[in-house]
Write a protein that binds this ligand. Structure first.
Ligand code: HEM
Length: 489
């Protein structure tokens, strides 16, 4: 491990990398994540085609765009991001703590169980309602006196069918145990990456329970809406964000071969996130019957997050200061720093769009969809692509088959998401003005068409980049001559 990554006090005998990291499992997680990302992108494209009346199979119930929209978001969050982050955790935590995960068998079990959860969620969304009406299912339900919905739940991002929720909840607990054991055994001062990861294990468990049980069983009406808003935003802020930043604090110093600029500032970022982020959620429901003091609180907390984010970005700029060329030369670093620029932009956008003045115009418009793609793809997916670009050669033991295809992946993804975000942001402003001028709904739909057509092509570019990456990966695995293991630094 690079000495530039501060970690726990180093034991007398440093364990070998092979004894710490289960590389095969890391690779499996990454591959599973890519399968779900591909599925999700096709689903997104399907929905995008529907919106411009180019749906290739409009009469197939199973391919109904409404269902595939839910598959699109669920596959991206739980299939792609969660799997990729789990792979990254299996590499990072043992190397930072110098201790393996609690149990390798548990890691394999979690891997299998998680794929089951994601696939069952997709199946529930796609065929749940039809299955529920099947005579044999109705017969079984009547015989055992069970009444349970097999389809999606009506909670945004919590669509996971009810019977899967307890399994996912237990899975999250097992994940936390598997990684908290090595973290708790580590000695010495704790590096900020582990702060983020530890907090995430606790937060994600609680956030999942809040979104999938509280609003389903106990809290209704506007309170249910408030809890749902917290859930949506905390999934991004308390699950994806700490994993993303924790990952950056680990990989950037290693690639630059120097320590992070300021450890003090890194803790400001961590505690700022912990304090302000959980209060943001209600900003999804401004201008609703939720009490105004809660809405104002969410607006202020959201703007505060922008300041917190700025401290984090300054820290990473300070770290790379004087070595700017390495960001251009090293593709993983380029992925990371491009994602950081997008992160700053998306948080800036957020600080503006959260104000009530802005909300009047852009509420319910495509501005929000543009924002969602900028953060989920432009930031976290780009960071994960950087990590995969860096780690796959180490996991497979050979250099990339085609560095040019790696470049194509970068440029198509970056350009695609940039066009999509800009296009939808603009679409949102137009839609807002159409609606505010009280014209017929159709007028706004017609006016949105050029933007929606542009989105199809931006999506195709993103998909093209993804295909380049997967093709390169397959060829690297199959045909590249092994040059000996690429050093794990
Ligand atoms: C081929 C590329 C993609 C296309 C064409 C696409 C298209 C779409 C469409 C049409 C929607 C529904 C918008 C609506 O309901 O009006 C959507 C929603 C969404 N997509 Fe994608 N998408 C793509 C890739 C991705 C990726 C890679 C991610 C994340 C990594 C992502 C994240 C999201 C999110 C978070 C939403 C929900 C937005 C909201 O509810 O505000 N998309 N996408």
């Amino acid at each position: 491990m690079s000495s530039s990554a501060p970690s726990a006090a180093i034991p007398a005998e440093i364990p070998r990398h092979e004894d710490l990291v289960n590389e095969r499992l890391v690779a499996w997680y990454f591959i599973a994540s890519l399968v779900f990302l591909g599925t999700s992108m096709l689903a997104g494209l399907h929905m995008a085609l529907q919106l411009v009346h180019w749906n290739p199979c409009p009469d197939a119930e199973l391919l109904s765009p409404g269902r595939w929209r839910m598959v699109h978001t669920n596959a991206v969050a739980y299939g792609f991001l969660a799997n990729a982050f789990l792979g990254m955790l299996h590499w990072t935590v043992p190397r930072l703590t110098l201790r393996p995960v609690a149990s390798s068998a548990l890691s394999y079990f979690i891997f299998g169980a998680w794929q089951f959860v994601v696939l069952s969620t997709a199946a529930g969304i796609l065929i749940g309602p039809s299955l529920q009406d099947a005579p044999w299912v109705m017969e079984l339900a009547a015989k055992y006196n069970i009444s349970m919905s097999l389809g999606a739940q009506g909670i945004e991002w919590g669509e996971t069918p009810v019977w899967i929720d307890p399994i996912a909840q237990v899975g999250l607990l097992l994940v936390a145990i598997n990684f908290m054991v090595p973290i708790s055994r580590a000695r010495g001062p704790m590096y900020v990456t582990l702060w983020y990861f530890m907090a995430m294990f606790v937060w994600t468990f609680l956030v999942y329970a809040m979104g999938n049980f509280m609003s389903e069983y106990w809290v209704g009406g506007t309170s249910g809406g408030a809890v749902g808003g917290l859930f949506i935003h905390d999934l991004v802020g308390l699950f994806v964000t700490p994993l993303g930043w924790g990952m950056m604090y680990y990989f950037v110093p290693i690639l630059l071969q120097k320590p992070i600029w300021s450890h003090g500032l890194s803790l400001v970022g961590f505690w700022g996130l912990a304090f302000f982020y959980p209060l943001n959620g209600i900003h999804h429901f401004l201008y609703t019957p939720i009490p105004m003091f809660l809405q104002y609180g969410a607006v202020i907390a959201t703007i505060a997050v922008e300041f917190v984010v700025t401290t984090v970005i300054i820290n990473f700029i300070g770290t790379v200061w004087g070595q700017g060329k390495s960001v251009y030369r090293s593709l993983p670093l380029r992925w990371f720093y491009t994602g950081m620029i997008f992160y700053f932009l998306t948080c800036l956008q957020c600080a503006l769009q959260v104000t009530l003045t802005f909300q009047k115009l852009i509420h319910f418009t495509d501005w929000v969809v543009g924002h969602a793609h900028l953060v989920m793809f432009g930031v976290f997916s780009l960071w994960l692509f950087g990590v995969m670009t860096y780690l796959f050669p180490r996991l497979i033991g050979r250099d990339w088959w085609s560095p040019q295809l790696c470049e194509w992946h970068y440029w198509l993804s970056t350009a695609g998401v940039l066009v999509m975000a800009f296009d939808l942001t603009l679409a949102g402003i137009f839609q807002g003005y159409y609606w505010a001028s009280l014209q017929m709904w159709d007028v706004s739909v017609d006016g949105s068409m050029p933007f929606w057509i542009t989105r199809v092509f931006a999506g195709l570019a993103m998909l093209g980049g993804f295909v380049c990456f997967v093709w390169n990966l397959v060829m690297t695995y199959r045909t590249a001559p092994a040059k000996g293991a690429v050093a794990a630094v």
